[in-house]
Design a binder for this molecule. Sequence first.
Ligand SMILES: [Zn+2]
Length: 347
Amino acid sequence: MINTAQILQRVDLKDLVERHGVELKKSGREWIGLCPFHTDTTPSFTVVPEKGFVHCFACGAHYDAIGFVMQMDGEDFVTACHKLGGSDAGEWARREYRAAPRVLERPPGEVWVPVYPVPEHAPTWAPGVRGKVWNVKRGRWWSMTPSRADAYRDAAGALMAYVLRVEMDDGGKITPAVTWCIGPDGKAQWCLQPLPEPRPLCGLDALAAKPDAPVLVVSGEKCRDKAARLLPMYAVVTWCGGDKGVGKTDWAPLQGRELVLWPDADDSGRGAMLGYVDGSGLLHEGVAQLSHRQACASLRVIDTSGQPKGWDVADAIDAGWTPVQIAGWARSRVRVVDVQPSARVVH
Ligand SMILES: [Zn+2]
């Protein structure tokens, strides 16, 4: 019988995490470091030995020692317990695991360069299909089954990258970009590596295929996918990286285009589309300012205020709105965006 309470009580959580290659610094009663479950640049990962869990404030990863070993080592529950000394072998297994050096297939932190078009022999990412991606930073493979896989294509339709959506065990989600990268020895594989900045829009192929169509700018790949299917009269685009990714995106392809912005119905969503002024009076540019600077032909926004918080075009489509209903509602809500030049801009 596996006694999980005993395992969790005996385990040295900080030591366990460090043996998995995470450097930790003491912070009060906790330890902090770079999260091994997402590409972390600021230490977001907390180890709380007295409460017996690890937690990432960025990606939401949250595990006890057993869950941590399952996730990091790719083990099932029983094997993870055995590794932590919870088997009949008891101390023997514990000692062996402690003594085992951490073997990396490759050193972490190597330079992997994103390349495209992604070759045809590359494994295809698809919802519900398990795939593996090289975690450049950690120097190891990561297996996952995405619930979404949205392709980013260039104007000619060549595949540049995917943005995946992965539901985590604790109910959180992450949306990593995976790019086809060439490593130091010339080997190419899927890597957990963001698109280089400025990042391409999602929908460049639609922009090119419909050069005279108005452009509907929506927030996120799910909205883009659903709106593109239901509203073929538009070229539908979005950007990656969420509301904070707006400023890291290349908006030049919108030059000369007639834009309609459909913000998510919350402050963050509206700020991403229209920009916002922060507490110190600085303007954080949104899609409106950035595409205006790229000389888009016209700029309109659909007023989503009064809708449920976070409501978006995908919600309307999921609720059964027809293209005619969406167009009618949007017509009653659309207004011209007046972009004011501002001297105090944050990029
Ligand atoms: Zn994380």
